[in-house]
Design a protein around this ligand. Sequence first.
Ligand SMILES: O=P(O)(O)OC[C@H]1O[C@H](OP(=O)(O)OP(=O)(O)O)[C@H](O)[C@@H]1O
Ligand code: HPA
Length: 181
Amino acid sequence: MNSDIERVLVSQEKIEETNIRLGKELTKDYADKNPLFVCILRGAAMFMMDLVKNIDIPMEYDFMDVSSYGGENTSTTGEVRIIKDLDTPLSGRDVVIVEDIIDTGYTLDRLIELFKTRNAKSIRIVSFLDKPARRIKHVHVDYVGAQIPDAFVVGYGMDFDEHYRNLPYVGVLSPEVYSTK
Ligand SMILES: O=P(O)(O)OC[C@H]1O[C@H](OP(=O)(O)OP(=O)(O)O)[C@H](O)[C@@H]1O
Ligand code: HPA
């Protein structure tokens, strides 16, 4: 295990199991809807690619890059910046937003408001992790991989200052790493 990780919260095996379960649920709920899966970069990239392999219906996907935790921050700036927008029009589409984590809820709250103005037919959310202890904006998450306690996590796409995204598991980052920065 990486020496900056205090403990593993979601193992590789658990990640695989979770993606199979979520894929089955989405396959059932979106049959005949040709849903558009919207991956929120960069954190959700790894989850998205694993998830869609478990979805067995016609579907499309697109990517949007937004950011609110800049650089060496473990708390949100509260300002959600769009770095790269979608290429696909949302009007009349059944949209599934794919996130790695919901924490304060600022990012998803902002995206839902935006997607409503683009006349999506329906908007649902799938988030690999849910950290309810830190929620500020109430957002309903339709599909959750796992609930986690109030700790800053990295791995499986999630970063601290752009590091650790490549870890194949989700772990709690040792506070010594960010308190010495
Ligand atoms: O519920 P919130 O408090 O808004 O936090 C969740 C968001 O924070 C992270 O993104 P980040 O801004 O770190 O960008 P990244 O995905 O590129 O790492 C994560 O990927 C979510 O999009
Ligand atoms: O715990 C976290 N880790 C990484 N990125 C995040 N963005 C919100 N919460 C987190």
